[in-house]
Write a protein that binds this ligand. Sequence first.
Ligand code: AMP
Length: 251
Amino acid sequence: MKTFTSMSQWQIYRDKLQQDSIGFVPTMGALHQGHLALVEASRKTNMFTVVSVFVNPKQFDDGQDFKAYPSNHQADLEQLEKAGVDVALVPDAAQIYVDDYRFKVTEMEFSQRLCGAHRPGHFDGVLTVVMRLLNLVRPDNAYFGEKDYQQLQLIRDMTTAFFMPVNIVACATVREADGLAMSSRNQHLDTRRRRQAAALYAALKNSCTANDAKQTLIGKGFEVDYVEDIADRRLAAARLGNTRLIDNVQI
Ligand code: AMP
């Protein structure tokens, strides 16, 4: 595996790459099986797989949350190498925001709802970093998890809106044995909250209505940002202490 911290070095390497098919998995690191499932999906259909590890400061609406975000580059790189990844991109913020964030992508409708309504500027940060990373990597296929369902839809719509020549591939949510969606943020849960956390998936799956699910979660000690049914999905965000969990299921 080759690792690049300099995006100009990577671009020189990318220009010389003659691969039939390049797959790309953007991540914020603290890797788990959910990320590795995306890598596996990419490796299955592409000759070459690129993974980025970049904790994007622009998608955090809360500075404390950014500071506390788990990070372990060494362990991440070892996992990626073992998973058969060809290139790891590990830029810092200056490598990505060469313009000091003068330019950004803003979506005016769906990004204002659900998580966007509770995290101002979050999806501007997400869409902007994904646009930059896709332009840096120029993959044929890019892989995103259904766990971040709103994000996945917005990224898909952005690539269509801007005629970006990439195929967005959705991957199913990978869960722990008790149903909790794997997430880097789960590391923040203490033993008691970790046990409580499984109720999120159960409530979404087993309740008749979004409001029933919300009431169940409140009863189980969650602070609920939202539970909403949109088309065939039920989506939710809820907090246990300082840890914000999101999940969604098909209904
Ligand atoms: P993150 O590092 O949390 O920004 O996630 C990077 C990518 O991995 C995103 O496309 C996520 O949707 C995806 N992902 C994170 N957790 C999971 C999971 N439990 N199952 C499937 N995909 C996931």
